[in-house]
Design a protein around this ligand. Sequence first.
Ligand code: FES
Length: 105
Amino acid sequence: MSNLVTLCKADDVKEEAPISVTPEGFPGLAVYEFEGEYFVTDNLCTHGMAMLTDGYQDGEEIECPFHGGAFSIKTGEATAFPCQIAIKSYPVTLEDGNICIPAAE
Ligand code: FES
């Protein structure tokens, strides 16, 4: 029995074009590609009501569209002011070309 949740096809995610997904039981999530690897974080900025997928991916950082704050797409760590609180990041598993994360408990 799989305890993974499928978010999307890996082919749907391109570097600098993260996509928004809303799996049941999770907050809105952002899925990113960086140098052939995939990463998943919460999509809502911790500084305000902005969706990070509306922002700008710059390498391994995502810049919020509102006030120029940024986060690491790898760890969720806040990397630029005014963001100070990390966003949650999720471990990614690739299964049959799909991007998956562990099921919510
Ligand atoms: S809402 Fe994201 S930096 Fe302010």
